[in-house]
Design a protein around this ligand. Structure first.
Ligand code: GTP
Length: 285
């Protein structure tokens, strides 16, 4: 897949992430539960190796429940704290706060043993674009007042959000771009919206998406959503959907861009059902 896009400010962002990393004890790494493998930049593992880490499988409401559990187990086995989370549902806030508190416990104990009884633990959010970092920070910030503090030794002021259990969260997330390791994973990023549509050939992405649905045996969710029959070939199915939804121009021509936007939006919004694209055991489908 040709992604003709390269963010020039990548190094600056990485340097900022590294600088902020020095201020915190715990990193809350946000990944997309539908594509945990592709939404996790492998560089994070190296960058965070000395930090306590909590993995947030965000957007789990859009992913398959059984596969969510598989990923949860997978990361737990690697010794990381894990929580399945939906940043758009405020009722789940307590679950996240508890997970952060649990993940910090070991550090709190360590401080206590040294005689620091009320030491504040500092945390930061990190992840690739579009995984839900801002939504998650906002959900945590809503209930709490933000405080600004000068941290000794640091000239710039940072904004921190006070959470329960003496934990302060940096209000700006650490961002890294995904690594385009292989075609499958680049496509998964495109399907879920982690790569901006503007830099993609959206019609190609849709074609690959429908092929993937067919390969996963989930074509039915598409056909039912739009009330159409499967075509003989992938392109025929797409044409059937386009015609049904009036994605047409000049009276008869299929508007492939319009139908691509519509189907991909429906997938991203969860209107095709809870669909995970990757699983820990077998890789992508
Ligand atoms: P960048 O600013 O590009 O780095 O993205 P981000 O990681 O801050 O993601 P953002 O919070 O902007 O969320 C991206 C989209 O995902 C938004 O449309 C959110 O409403 C949506 N979103 C975030 N978290 C969830 C979630 O847990 N479930 C669902 N269904 N949607 C979510």
């Amino acid at each position: 897949m040709n992604i003709n896009w390269y963010p020039g400010h990548m190094k600056v962002t990485k340097d900022l992430l590294k600088a902020n990393l020095k201020l915190v004890n715990i990193v809350i790494e946000v990944i997309d539960a539908r594509i945990p493998r592709s939404s996790k930049n492998p560089d994070f593992d190296e960058l965070f190796k000395d930090k306590k880490r909590l993995i947030v499988l965000n957007k789990y409401d859009l992913a398959d429940s059984n596969i969510n559990r598989e990923w949860e187990e997978y990361y737990k086995k690697q010794g990381w704290s894990v929580v399945l989370y939906n940043s758009t549902n405020h009722k789940e806030l307590k679950k996240l706060e508890n997970a952060i508190e649990d993940a910090s416990r070991e550090i709190v104990e360590r401080y206590k043993n040294k005689g620091f009884l009320h030491k504040t633990i500092k945390a930061m959010i990190a992840g690739i674009p579009n995984v839900g970092k801002s939504t998650l920070i906002n959900s945590l910030a809503k209930k709490r007042s933000t405080k600004t503090g000068n941290i000794p030794g640091i000239t710039k002021q940072k904004q921190w959000i006070r959470l329960t259990g003496n934990i302060d969260l940096l209000d700006t997330p650490g961002i890294l771009w995904p690594k385009f390791t292989d075609e499958e994973s680049s496509l998964d990023l495109a399907f879920t919206g982690a790569i901006k549509d503007e830099v993609l050939e959206l019609e190609d992405i849709l074609f690959k998406f429908v092929q993937r649905m067919e390969k996963m045996g989930l074509e039915k969710s598409l056909l039912e959503r739009y009330g159409v029959e499967a075509g003989e070939r992938t392109i025929d199915t797409i044409d059937n959907i386009a015609k049904k939804r009036a994605c047409i121009y000049n009276k008869t021509e299929i508007d492939y861009l319009k139908v691509s936007r519509m189907i991909l939006k429906d997938y991203r919004d969860g209107n095709l059902g809870r669909i995970s694209l990757e699983r820990p055991t077998t890789g992508t489908f």
